[in-house]
Write a protein of this length. Structure first.
Length: 170
């Protein structure tokens, strides 16, 4: 009987070892899923709400500047401003919460003229910060300022010109 128990025990152990080395059979299934997407188009738009103005300027007989900040403050240097200028205001609309970039004119690209005389307008700035973003309604606004280069004996008159601002989604 002892031999039978020993054989039974060895056979049971061999069966356990074989089961631990064998790969169990698993059931396998494959299915597919659907994909949908809706593509919509919403352009970014830009509108100039108020113009950039340098006010009424009197030269001092030497070259000077009048700087209007993007927030609307006027700072003359070597010139007198009797009527302060004002920043330009721009409105942007587009995709809600989208980030966008603003491109302003480079120095030397813009001037104002009275028909015979001209003055350079440089150092354009905006008030939208480093990462402009539309609000939850898809709206934002920012101010634009610049610096007017006034000649030493700038001819009197009304000077005008234009400049371009570009906005694009980031």
């Amino acid at each position: 009987m002892r031999t039978f128990n020993r054989i039974s025990f060895l056979m049971a152990m061999a069966a356990i070892l074989m089961m631990s080395f064998s790969t169990p059979a698993h059931a396998q299934a494959t299915d597919t899923g659907d994909i949908t997407v809706t593509v919509s188009s919403q352009p970014i738009t830009l509108a100039n709400e108020t113009e950039l103005s340098f006010g009424t300027v009197f030269p001092y007989g030497r070259a000077g500047t009048v700087r209007v900040t993007a927030d609307g403050m006027t700072f003359p240097t070597d010139a007198h401003v009797s009527t302060p200028g004002s920043n330009a205001n721009w409105a942007v609309t587009g995709i809600p919460t989208a980030y966008y970039a603003i491109t302003l004119p480079v120095d030397g690209a813009v001037s104002v003229s009275n028909g015979t005389e001209a003055m350079a307008v440089n150092h354009f700035t905006h008030s939208a910060g480093t990462a402009p973003r539309l609000d939850a309604s898809g709206i934002d606004a920012f101010g634009v300022g610049a610096t007017l280069e006034v000649g030493a004996n700038q001819m009197a008159g009304t000077y005008s010109g234009s400049y371009s601002v570009t906005v694009a989604y980031n």
